[in-house]
Write a protein that binds this ligand. Structure first.
Ligand SMILES: C[S@@+](CC[C@H](N)C(=O)[O-])C[C@H]1O[C@@H](n2cnc3c(N)ncnc32)[C@H](O)[C@@H]1O
Length: 390
């Protein structure tokens, strides 16, 4: 399918189903769609506990569940499904090139390098951290690499790794958001998980300056978005809020049972506090500052008292706090069930965001491909925009 066709289709389909993915059950106890699709609401409330986490994490399975109650979702599912990016086998780079890189990260880097097409141009590794990707490309492609990174300590480590590997890799300590003389014409710019505005700046500036090839795996699309996402390509109808762009990246692949329990408790307690606030001042959801981790480790009554004090509410009596704790856990259960609907659209929103970058480059005269460079179990941020100047 052509990029533009996919983009226009996905734009229209996401707009059509906005009522399902835009409301946040954490803020809205009963999103409007519950009234419009009562059988979907009932099905979610009746789900066995064991299915809830799985469906929140698996967008495709969640979309299948939704399709049983909401007609017309199959086109969206099709549009959000991308092919694997074509890859090559990397030449042997010696057994020890990646001694100090944790296993999962090394696999991500190797998969990215295999999918990024070799251009024979000098490489710019944008927001490259310790420059592991740049070092691998310098080894595999036998090409000079510049790694640009804001953190001087990471650059220092990267420099010694490059020396040990005997590759032509130089580090540039610079802020990617303001640097004026990078990227440069004729370069092959690569960016693995440069967050939000960092990857958008590379693409915008790089296209202006005549970068010859891009391979960009975006992440954290919401970084640098103020109120709403400013689309880079033309003719889009949909406007995403900052929270919508955050939805694209909310899933995690690895959570230990301990982390899950801690997260569940934090959600339940915050919802318990929200219930208290609604009761005492009758106000709809209002976001609050981050809650210090230690407050969640205390007793709920202490937590509620601290939150009430910080937010300028009357202090709760100890006798009511148990009821609000129970209310919080009950709300958490409902929120987790209702969130399955929102999460069913997560990948479609991420693909829409990546298509915006891809179509922008196509409008600027690049030949562009969009696909996944690795399995999502390795990293859910597995989309790769590859573009070559025609
Ligand atoms: C998620 S890490 C990815 C690092 C590397 N590309 C990789 O995949 O291993 C993002 C990197 O961007 C760097 N970074 C953040 N803000 C930056 C900025 N304004 N300019 C340059 N680098 C930045 C961080 O220090 C970090 O090393």
């Amino acid at each position: 399918m052509k990029l533009l066709e996919r983009q226009q289709g996905l734009d229209a389909e996401l707009l059509k189903f906005r009522d399902l993915w835009h409301p946040q059950p954490f803020r809205e106890p009963l999103p409007q769609w519950c009234g419009r699709w009562p059988s979907l609401h009932d099905a979610l409330m009746a789900l066995p506990e064991a299915d809830i986490a799985r469906l929140n994490d698996n967008g495709a399975a969640a979309l299948t569940l939704l399709s049983r109650h909401v007609p017309g979702l199959s086109t969206l599912a099709l549009l959000a499904e991308l092919p694997a990016a074509p890859g090559v086998t990397l030449p042997d780079r010696g057994a020890h090139w990646a001694w100090e890189i944790p296993g999962r990260k090394r696999e991500q880097i190797e998969a990215f390098a295999a999918a990024a097409g070799q251009s024979r141009q000098p490489v710019l590794d944008w927001c490259g951290g310790k420059g592991h990707l740049g070092r691998l490309l310098a080894l595999a492609w036998q090409t000079p690499v510049h790694t640009l990174e804001i953190d001087a300590a990471l650059c220092e480590v990267g420099e010694s790794l490059a020396q040990r590997a005997g590759v032509r890799q130089e580090f540039v300590v610079s802020d990617a958001l303001t640097v004026a003389n990078w990227p440069r014409a004729g370069q092959h710019a690569v960016a693995l998980h440069a967050c939000g505005e960092l990857h958008r700046r590379l693409i915008r500036d790089g296209a202006d300056k005549g970068v010859s090839r891009f391979d960009v795996a975006p992440c954290c699309y919401y970084r640098g978005v103020a109120e709403s996402y400013q689309a880079m390509s033309a003719n889009l109808q949909l406007v995403l809020t900052r929270d919508d762009t955050r939805l694209a990246v909310t899933e995690t692949v690895t959570s230990s049972p301990r982390e899950t329990r801690r997260r569940d408790r934090a959600i339940a307690w915050k919802l318990g506090f929200d219930a208290y606030r609604r009761t005492v001042i009758g106000e709809a959801y209002r976001s609050f500052k981050p809650v210090p981790e230690v407050w969640i480790r205390a007793e709920f009554a202490d937590f509620l008292g601290r939150m009430a004090q910080r937010e300028g509410l009357p202090l709760p009596s100890t006798s009511v706090s148990a009821a609000f704790e129970a209310k919080g856990w009950q709300r958490r259960d409902e929120v987790m069930r209702l969130s399955i609907v929102r999460h069913a659209f997560r990948r479609a929103i991420e693909v829409w965001l990546a298509l915006d970058l891809a179509c922008f480059l196509a409008e600027r005269g690049y030949e562009v491909g969009l696909g996944s460079f690795c399995d999502r179990r390795l990293t859910p941020r597995n989309l790769l925009v590859s573009a070559s100047k025609v």
